[in-house]
Design a binder for this molecule. Structure first.
Ligand code: COA
Length: 432
């Protein structure tokens, strides 16, 4: 017997769009099986079949707008019991078995459950999706797309929907999988990392897209790799540079050469590297050995309009503080003008990142692998330091030593940091 399947009560909507038709004419369906998906302003909802049977006709297509009572399909029902039930108010047929008697007893105490009818379809099932709140945790997609994504193991929060109101379509999931398969893995450490979701920020306000300069893209990729590959620890220390600063100012005042703190720090680093050679090393790629360097090339991070670059002073251990000052100043100028050659940025053994000219107290620099340690220098401040009898105003320089814990133990790092502090606190030691 043929029966019309109609749109059930869907609330106060009179023109709700069909976004998916999940069946076709000739399909055999179960009772409660989803036939199509509607989308209102607030949500998507599935319309289930009220009965089991075969669909002789599907009268709607994707994009049609429907309201309560519209016929969506014609069903040849196989459910004889349902077909003979005339109305929702009629009680169920008397039961014959003991079990059924129990059911009947229950039904004496409670209103009878109406038998299903094709034109009294069950209520639509809201799907967990919200078109009005894009960007919330639940992505906007129909149930069948959710199922499809689940089958493929795709996290829908990472998929950008190209459908109306940002709804994720089946094609979006397919495209996402294709793109992922075509993207080479970024190496062992990058595998299995969750990627950032694609978010259209213009949904939330005005935006502007600025292409990243080439240097920034390159350094971003290196920093990311180093952050992932190197187990970082940062050791903090401070150095009393009261005397150093007095000497630096006195020498600068002579006008022959502008001396900043940086060349003194480079000099101290060279001496500490000589004392603790594992800081002047690189881990062999298979992790089985340390490659100790007998040379001492020191890099320093330079802030340029195009991003961060690290020029390298070669054989820094063989140069005086004033030679280091002159060379650092030349390299920094070349970096700012974008005139550093690749050779001037290669071969570093250890890096220094000095933010002291800008400010800040401490920070945790990222090791410039394959180097195994980096020194962060922050802004010196006058602090009250106890000399055993009284507090003295001393100029204290904050130091942050980040290191690769695969190569360097915490105790070695503390020794290295203390050595730096002592060298900078008494610059006579820099001459030794
Ligand atoms: N504490 C107090 N003052 C400091 C200081 C410190 N730790 N470091 C520098 N200064 C002072 C300098 O003495 C100078 O003052 P003066 O003109 O009165 O003598 C002023 O700050 C500017 O110094 P700066 O230009 O920073 O010179 P520098 O030789 O110390 O540093 C560079 C040179 C290239 C390192 C620096 O210009 C730079 O680019 N720093 C940024 C590095 C960076 O971005 N690191 C981040 C990596 S993640």
């Amino acid at each position: 017997m043929s029966q019309d399947i109609k749109v059930p009560d869907i609330g106060d909507f009179d023109a709700v769009e069909i976004i998916e038709v999940l069946v076709s004419a000739g399909d055999t369906v179960e009772a409660e099986q989803a036939l199509l998906v509607l989308e209102s302003d607030k949500a998507t909802m599935e319309v289930p079949s009220p009965l089991a049977g075969t669909l002789s006709e599907v009268k709607v297509k994707v994009g049609d707008k429907v309201a309560q009572g519209d016929v969506i399909a014609v069903l040849d029902s196989a459910d004889q019991q349902a077909q003979t039930s005339e109305s929702a108010s009629q009680p169920a047929a008397p039961a014959q078995s003991e079990d059924a008697t129990a059911t009947q007893k229950d039904s004496d105490q409670a209103p009878a459950k109406p038998a299903p009818q094709a034109d009294k379809a069950p209520a639509p099932t809201p799907a967990p999706s919200s078109a009005s709140t894009p960007g919330e945790d639940i992505p906007h997609a129909s149930p069948s797309v959710r199922l499809f994504a689940r089958e493929l193991g795709v996290d829908l929060r990472q998929v950008e929907g190209q459908g109306p109101k940002g709804r994720i379509l089946r094609e979006d999931v397919q495209q996402f999988v294709k793109t992922r398969l075509a993207t080479p893995a970024s190496g062992p450490a990058g595998q299995g990392l969750p990627s950032m979701p694609h978010i259209d920020f213009s949904k939330f306000g005005e935006t502007e897209v600025r292409e990243l300069p080439r240097i920034r893209k390159l350094s971003a990729s290196n920093l990311h790799r180093n952050w992932l590959v190197v187990p970082h620890v940062t050791q903090f220390e401070s150095a009393d540079i009261t005397e150093l600063e007095a000497f630096r100012k006195q020498e600068s005042a002579r006008g022959e050469l502008k001396l900043t703190l940086l060349p003194f720090v480079i000099k101290a680093v060279c001496l500490a590297l000589r004392r603790y050679p594992e800081f002047n090393s690189s881990l062999a790629p298979d992790g089985s050995a340390l490659i100790i360097k007998k040379y001492c090339h020191v890099g320093f991070a330079a802030d340029t309009p195009n991003g961060l670059v690290v020029p390298v002073i070669r054989d820094a251990d063989r140069k005086s503080v004033s030679e280091l000052a002159a060379e650092a100043s030349e390299l920094a100028a070349a970096a700012r003008d974008g005139k550093l050659s690749p050779a001037q940025m290669q071969g570093g053994c250890f890096s220094i990142s000095s933010l002291g000219g800008i400010g800040g107290s401490h920070f945790t620099p990222i090791v410039n692998a394959p180097e195994v340690a980096i020194l962060g220098v922050s802004r010196a401040r006058t602090e009250a330091v106890w000399d055993g009898q009284t507090f003295q105003p001393r100029l204290m320089l904050p130091l942050s030593l980040s290191y690769d814990h695969r190569v360097i133990d915490g105790a070695a790092a503390a020794r290295f940091a203390v050595a730096l502090s002592e060298l900078l606190s008494d610059i006579r030691r820099l001459c030794l």
